[in-house]
Design a protein around this ligand. Structure first.
Ligand SMILES: *Cc1c(COP(=O)(O)O)cnc(C)c1O
Length: 399
């Protein structure tokens, strides 16, 4: 049995595609080919002395599934291998990964610098809950390096970014921000939800931690919730200690589903990304479309950075419908017959959402304007359906 976060048995020399299907696999004495699903809350010991050795950490092995579980173990080893990190801790959700990271590594009095436009719950978590326990957050423009530098305080401990951002696909220059964080003596955490390691490897670009909502592309089929943190063994030990004590642990069932999802991650990401580029190019040519936001388009202000930092543009496309109001945007949404009207993303099914009245509906109009989210903006998360069918579904409302 391997350690809860032991990625040593995933040889670094193997290719991404091989690691995605094989890294972390532990076979039981039955010799099952597919990974076994260990649905058990606890594990039994042969005798009292063995139980005592396990509990005091003298002997490796499973105790209780809030701490460790073989199926969860396999997922952790696989994700660490794919991100190129030493260790991984899987969590109940993406938000639980962010919670465990902050609780494990920060203390009252510490300061966070975060890029503006983070996932809504992440912003709320920093503003409402970390602040309540004495950890303050300064939000800076995702793309302005001078703002990160100016925000540094002697107490700055963590820089937290998300790239590309949702929904406007702004990119954070990971290598440049990691240099600023290093100089400040702070860690850089990158929420790699939108690109996944199939398209972007933040640790190779200088990040200390990678955060995942496995609910999105890692599962990739909209079935289960999950999250993960990847980084050095020393840092992950602190995250793990919080997790095993406080309990936002992932269900072995969800870990198993995500393990199987990860096997097809690169193929899905490349296909969805290629379709997203085709849809973005087509949208740019539509007279009823004012502007398209997609890092894979030469018109994207950070296209050069996208080419350097990401393997492709990803599967999220945002666009503005001509005319200021939400009327035109809502007409596009309501004219679709196939696209799912939902704020979720990372599925094989394409989704469409109107950010100003859904994901960003509860912030003030001023805050929305400052974030660049206009009433005529729509966000697409492109799935695996035919590009022609996706275009036809959008064309109806763009007439
Ligand atoms: C969904 C999401 C999260 C939160 O993940 P959950 O699994 O829903 O808790 C965090 N970051 C980003 C970028 C997301 O899209």
């Amino acid at each position: 049995m391997t350690d809860y976060n032991n990625a040593d048995d995933a040889p670094a020399s193997l290719d991404f595609d091989t690691l995605a299907v094989r890294a972390g696999t532990q076979r039981s004495h039955h010799g099952e080919h597919s990974e076994a699903l260990y649905l058990t809350s606890s594990f039994v010991f042969n005798n009292a002395a063995e139980a005592a050795r396990r509990f005091c950490g003298e002997e490796e092995g499973m105790i209780y599934s809030r701490f460790t579980n073989p199926t969860v173990d396999m997922l952790q080893v696989r994700l660490a291998a794919l991100e190129g990190g030493e260790a991984c801790v899987a969590t109940a959700t993406g938000m639980a990964a962010i919670l465990a990271t902050c609780m494990g590594l920060l203390k009252s009095g510490d300061h966070i610098i975060a890029s503006r436009g983070l996932f809504g719950s992440t912003q709320t978590f920093f503003n409402a809950y970390m602040a309540k326990f004495g950890v303050e957050t300064t939000f800076v423009s995702a793309t302005d390096l001078a703002e990160y530098e100016a925000a540094v305080r002697p107490t700055t401990k963590l820089v937290f970014v998300e790239t590309p951002s949702n929904p406007l696909t702004q990119l954070v220059d990971i290598a440049a921000v990691s240099a600023i964080a290093r100089k400040a003596g702070a860690w850089l955490a990158v929420d790699n939800c939108f690109c996944t390691p199939a398209l972007q490897k933040p640790l190779e670009l200088g990040a200390d931690l990678v955060i995942h909502s496995a609910t999105k592309y890692l599962d990739g089929q909209g079935r289960v919730m999950g999250g993960a943190v990847v980084g050095s063994k020393a840092m992950l030990e602190e995250v793990y200690k919080f997790l095993r004590t406080a309990g936002p642990s992932i269900s072995p069932f969800n870990a198993w589903v995500i393990l199987k999802g990860v096997e097809t991650l690169r193929i899905r990401m490349e296909a969805q990304s290629a379709s997203a580029l085709a849809v973005a190019q087509w949208l740019e040519a539509q007279p009823a479309v004012e502007r398209v936001f997609y890092p894979g388009l030469p018109s994207h202000p950070q296209h050069a950075l996208a080419l350097k930092q990401q393997k492709s543009g990803g599967a999220i496309v945002a666009f503005e419908v001509k005319g200021e109001g939400r009327e035109g945007a809502w007409r596009v949404v309501d004219s679709t017959r196939m696209l799912s009207i939902t704020a979720n993303l990372g599925d094989t099914r394409s989704t469409i959402t109107h950010p100003a009245t859904t994901t960003h509906g509860r912030i003030t109009a001023e805050a929305r304007a400052a974030a660049g989210i206009r009433d005529n903006l729509l966000r697409l998360a492109i799935g695996l359906e035919s590009v022609e069918d996706i275009k036809a579904d959008l064309a109806r409302g763009l007439k």
